[in-house]
Design a protein. Structure first.
Length: 340
């Protein structure tokens, strides 16, 4: 049985008073799926609402497309092919990307609050490079921070990089035109990595040791000292080491490889690359939530996801549960054990 957590109308005075009462006002059967939906009326503002008001598929004309779209976004299927597969317009696929990108980012942020002060400092960070529109003129960096013991993607950011050097005369002319219209492109790598560290720092256990593994990029040293606890040991490994099981960066390297394999925008030498960074970030949050909560942690771990290893959920999160209520109306499972 569903219990309305609050009045969904933003200007209702019950949000300020901290008290919310409601009454049931009949029900109706949805023509789209035959589901019985309960109606309510707020005891404060007297406005009506229903169970459907709190759901992610609120006001969607084709709600059955949302779950298949999530699978496509996580399975290296391009937008055009997704539209062909779902027999819908590309605008519908674009709308699902916007909807699922915001939903997955907010859902993950809500789960991270449950880990505050409970996470062990077994971290690894690396940056994945891609581009928007043009590989030489508009490169992009994607720093990813991983909890190594559970393979859980803690945070990711998307930021621009400066244009490449060694350009041909034709590309030089294009770069000058780009600078005239958009301004000079500067690197946002340091700021993006700093956001990853700042977002994860409150989650770490107080006064507990641990380790952060990165490559030998110089800016990581300063950012770690500034944003992460002093007792967390920073280990830097050369990026020229063989990328095998013996490499200390194996898990973060494997995660980035899986990200390239799962998100169609990141596949090398493809015409499906992003045109805008904001769309890339939404796509990657969909993949990250799928990787953390829906997929097995590893192929051999049946019934265990990265999130369940941290105690966030008892097992693999069903797609229906992930795409049910919007994050602001979701009630989290009671209790959480100390993350290991």
């Amino acid at each position: 049985m569903f219990t309305p957590p609050c009045c969904p109308h933003p200007f209702c005075s019950s949000h300020e008073q901290g008290s919310f009462t409601y009454q049931c006002r009949g029900s109706f059967r949805r023509a789209l799926d035959g589901r019985i939906v309960q109606r309510y009326v707020c005891g404060t503002c007297t406005k009506s609402f229903s169970d459907q008001t709190f759901r992610l598929d609120y006001r969607l004309r084709r709600p059955k497309l949302t779950a298949p779209a999530l699978w496509c976004f996580s399975s290296k299927v391009t937008h055009r092919q997704t539209a062909r597969f779902l027999e819908c317009a590309r605008g519908t696929v674009r709308h699902r990307l916007e909807l699922l990108g915001r939903h997955c980012r907010d859902f993950h942020a809500r789960q991270m609050k449950r880990l505050t002060g409970a996470l062990s400092a077994d971290l690894a960070l690396d940056e994945l490079e891609t581009y928007e529109t043009d590989r030489r003129l508009r490169p992009v960096t994607v720093p990813v921070l991983l909890h190594e013991l559970s393979w859980f993607v803690l945070d990711l950011q998307v930021a621009p990089l400066a244009s490449r050097g060694g350009l041909t005369p034709k590309d030089q002319a294009r770069r000058e035109r780009m600078i005239e219209t958009e301004g000079r492109r500067s690197s946002g790598s340091t700021e993006a990595v700093g956001k990853c560290f700042a977002n994860v720092a409150p989650l770490l256990r107080p006064s507990a040791g641990g380790m952060l593994r990165t490559d030998q990029k110089r800016t990581y040293v300063r950012l770690k000292q500034k944003l992460l606890p002093e007792q967390v040991l920073h280990v830097q490994i050369s990026s020229k080491e063989p990328r095998g099981l013996d490499n200390p960066l194996f898990r973060i390297n494997r995660t980035l490889a899986m990200m390239r394999d799962g998100a169609s925008r990141l596949v090398r030498r493809t015409w499906a690359a992003s045109k805008r960074r904001a769309q890339l970030e939404k796509h990657l949050w969909i993949w990250a939530v799928y990787r953390n909560y829906v997929r097995r942690m590893i192929n051999r771990s049946r019934g265990t996801s990265a999130a369940s290893t941290l105690g966030l959920f008892p097992g693999l999160l069903p797609i229906a549960d992930l795409l049910g209520l919007r994050p602001q109306f979701r009630s989290d499972p009671p209790g959480i054990r100390t993350a290991s």
